[in-house]
Design a protein around this ligand. Structure first.
Ligand code: GCB
Length: 656
């Protein structure tokens, strides 16, 4: 998110004094350098800080990667970043100065500092940074020759949590939010030839941040996803929305937005499937958007069984953007979720962006393949990407694999719901998430929150977010994982937010945080909304390979027993339309301190961080050739490709 009020006020050109020397005042130190030591790319007036944006389908554009080794300076007191009032300033390390005889003391040196890999959290790259939360500087030299008439953006896949960006000493933009990608225009600050980028990332948790101070996941800091340069023409497509119109099987509707396009500019949209093309031209209006309505009688619909993707080519003047997209509808009708007009049951699991095998924040294609591969192996057609937007590689792969996605922003637990500034931060992350992933057929649910207390301020805050989603993207469903209250053996879902949601999500931990596993068998659900319900979390912890009887906590047997009883209960919830138990893989959390069992890991994974499959995962994969009689006759085959695999989530008769 970009906040004007907090922009670094420093401009390199502004600080030049009459003798041609640049004077920077930083904290109590005065540093000077000769102006000739750097070739100036901009005059004082030209140097501007622009709001960051999100370029749609940026991963399909021509980019130059800046991934790899970056010099880093750990700056625990924010010495080079904040002034004595804690305000961000540009007069510090951003200038990447080197000591010469004519300068005052320069107390940092990027060139002599060690490196870390980007993408990657800093915590798992250097032992001493495992628990580090604070500012850390990144610097990279790069060569760039900009083609005439092009604009260039610096793309950041994710930087946790606040980041400040400079090119060649010029402040470019500032961003808040650790899990959404953003793009900053750097056209004017670039030089032909040698350049340097400096990015300060501060992972300090903020009471008024999103999320707020306490979370149950590791606060991995740094440039956790890819960094690249993106070149676009002067007029370029920054955003589009193309989706199948509800109630149809062949009508694609939406719009394409072209930055800088005068009204009446032509846009061509082409759909290509194995050489069979359909196209349409449309004209931009005063708002630089062209409305699209394209009919393709032979359109093949995307679904988990047939994840058909089209090549979609958007052409606007000199800009050409090619994407891969599937087309499907999703809607809620009564207590049903309909995919392409047909009822669907979401058989899935929750996943954190924790890297399998190597730990740390997940970012790579291989991470995505392992995590989503396990989801398929468990028989899932759906995944809840908790608790923040995951890497775009995950949603791209979900598109290709046919896995339906719940994607959410980190409005988690006790955010400062009374504070309009916090609302602004949540809104910003929400729109960045939607802008990036609105081209993914796999994403069917936008979640606005997880386990928030049902106060009036919270409900007003989240209702605003729900309306935002409906305004930004009316083609998908809005959900949230709600807390549930209990009276005796009855769980009551009456959170007032339920009014605004399209689909209810509920978390419960019978057998782990409350009661015994067997108590689930007698638990009734009183759901006060006639809407589809997803059991968005349930489960319990086990240390991989620790065995014992079902009453011994932390054993795989104890964990499996929770699942056994949960399915008895779940089978009795008529409006259950999906489940995503907690969680696919063990993940690091600073709240999980029990020695020899947790050691900073939340152990509720069905799989350990090094790939050990615990008992409940085989429970879900238990070969059962025959469908048992009685209540189990309504069980869902979780793995349509291997029909012998059975897991017992009941479908309603009308779905079967
Ligand atoms: C929850 C949270 C999740 C935690 C989980 C747990 O309800 O939504 O973030 O990790 O419980 O393990 O306690």
């Amino acid at each position: 998110m970009f906040r004007n009020s907090r922009l670094p006020s420093f401009r390199l050109g502004n600080a030049r004094n009459q003798t041609g020397r640049i004077v920077c005042i930083f904290g109590f130190a005065l540093c000077m350098l000769t102006a000739t030591s750097r070739k100036q790319a901009l005059s004082a007036d030209e140097a501007t800080v622009q709001p960051s944006t999100v370029l749609a389908a940026v991963d399909h554009r021509h980019t130059v990667s800046l991934d790899g080794a970056w010099h880093v300076i750990v700056d625990p007191y924010g010495n080079g970043l904040y002034d004595s009032n804690g305000k961000a300033q540009s007069a510090g390390f951003a200038r990447n100065l080197a000591q010469t005889d004519s300068t005052g003391p320069i107390e940092y040196n990027f060139a002599k500092s060690p490196t870390l890999q980007v993408p990657g959290d800093w915590n798992t790259q250097r032992e001493s940074l495992m628990l580090y939360e604070g500012p850390l500087w990144y610097e990279k030299d790069f060569e760039y020759h900009k083609a005439p008439g092009k604009r260039v953006f610096l793309h950041i896949g994710a930087a946790n949590y606040r980041s400040y960006l400079w090119i060649n000493g010029y402040a470019i933009c500032e961003h808040e939010g650790g899990f959404t990608g953003f793009d900053c225009e750097i056209t004017q600050a670039l030089r032909d030839g040698n350049n340097f980028a400096v990015i300060a990332v501060d992972s300090t948790r903020l009471a008024d941040g999103v999320p707020t101070l306490k979370t149950d996941w590791w606060n991995y800091g740094g440039l956790t996803r890819e960094v690249s340069l993106v070149e676009v023409p002067d007029r370029y497509i920054d955003e589009f929305d193309l989706h199948l119109k509800r109630g149809t099987r062949d009508e694609i509707e939406g719009w394409v937005h072209v930055v800088g396009a005068p009204a009446g500019s032509e846009i061509k949209v082409t759909l290509d499937k194995d050489g069979q093309t359909t196209s349409l031209t449309a004209k931009t209006e005063a708002d630089r958007k062209a409305q699209i309505h394209l009919v393709d009688a032979k359109l093949q619909l995307w679904s988990p069984e047939h994840p058909v993707l089209y090549r979609v080519i958007l052409a606007a003047g000199e800009d050409r953007l090619e994407d891969e997209m599937g087309f499907r509808t999703v809607e809620a009708r009564g207590t049903q979720i309909l995919l392409n007009g047909q009822p669907i049951f979401l058989k899935g699991i929750s996943v954190h962006a924790e890297a399998p095998y190597r730990t740390g924040r997940a970012f790579s294609e291989q991470d995505a393949e392992t995590l989503l591969g396990w989801v398929h192996e468990l028989g899932g057609n759906y995944v809840r990407l908790a608790h923040y937007p995951h890497s775009e590689r995950m949603t791209r792969l979900a598109d290709r694999m046919g896995i339906l996605v719940w994607s959410e922003i980190p409005v988690y637990w006790a955010c400062h719901f009374e504070d309009p500034v916090v609302l602004g931060k949540a809104q910003s992350q929400l729109s960045e998430m939607i802008r990036r992933d609105r081209d993914k057929a796999s994403v069917i649910l936008w979640s606005v929150a997880n386990e928030t207390p049902a106060t009036p301020a919270r409900t007003a805050f989240l209702t605003t977010l729900v309306h935002d989603v409906h305004n930004l993207d009316s083609s998908r469903l809005v959900t949230a994982a709600l807390l549930v209250r209990a009276e005796g053996n009855t769980k009551i879902v009456d959170d007032p937010l339920g009014d605004a949601l399209d689909v209810l999500g509920t978390n419960e931990y019978i057998g782990w945080y409350e009661h015994t596993a067997a108590d689930a068998d007698h638990t009734q659900w009183d759901i006060r909304y006639q809407k589809p319900l997803i059991m968005s979390e349930f489960g319990g912890g086990a240390k991989a390979d620790l065995h014992g009887d079902v009453s011994t906590r932390w054993t795989e047997e104890f964990q499996a027993n929770i699942y056994e009883h949960q399915f008895v209960m779940l089978n009795q919830i008529p409006q259950l339309r999906g489940l995503s138990p907690w969680i696919l893989m063990d993940f690091r959390s600073p709240r999980r301190l029990l020695p020899e069992i947790q050691d900073f890991y939340n152990r509720k994974g069905l799989i350990s961080e090094d790939g050990h499959k615990k008992k409940p995962s085989s429970f879900c994969r238990r070969p059962t050739r025959k469908i048992p009689s009685g209540t189990l006759s309504n069980c869902v085959l979780l793995q349509p490709r291997f029909p012998e695999v059975l897991c017992c989530a009941r479908l309603q008769p009308e779905i079967l």
